[in-house]
Design a protein around this ligand. Structure first.
Ligand code: HEC
Length: 105
């Protein structure tokens, strides 16, 4: 967390907001439509709206936060041959992106 004054307790809302910024920073929206994230109107990948209500990731895995983190960090480790690229996202960053995506209902 670079913002704020270094308070150890990071509210869940801070993670969600930081996740939103990271999704924009990594340009996930060049391939995905992600509500609330600027310039996210891509149609290469599936839309990520209402993510919190989804049952599956890529139609293959249960939609659980720990699996979504792994998916964002290294999609090929879960689904060999997937067209979703590894974007160089760290596990900590993927965790915050996951917090944002699960907040989409
Ligand atoms: C070059 C295009 C591209 C970029 C950039 C990209 N993705 Fe994807 N993404 C895809 C494709 C294609 C799929 C479908 C993969 C499959 O089903 O095997 C996908 C699938 C997904 C899924 C699962 C969607 C579903 O309906 O189950 C999530 C979540 C996701 N991407 C998140 C991200 C995040 C977060 C980023 C940024 C770090 C990102 N993607 C960047 C192309 C992209």
């Amino acid at each position: 967390m670079v913002l704020g004054c270094g308070a150890p307790a990071i509210a869940a809302n801070d993670s969600i907001e930081r996740g939103r910024e990271l999704l924009a920073q990594y340009r996930c929206g060049s391939c995905h439509n992600i509500p609330g994230v600027p310039a996210s109107r891509g149609v290469v990948g599936p839309p990520l709206d209402a993510w919190g209500k989804r049952s599956y990731i890529a139609g293959r895995m249960p939609n659980r936060p720990e699996l979504l983190v792994r998916w964002i960090v290294a999609p090929h480790s879960l689904v060999p041959g997937t067209m979703m690229p590894s974007m160089g996202v760290s596990p900590a960053e993927a965790q915050e992106m996951t917090a944002y995506l699960f907040s989409l209902k």
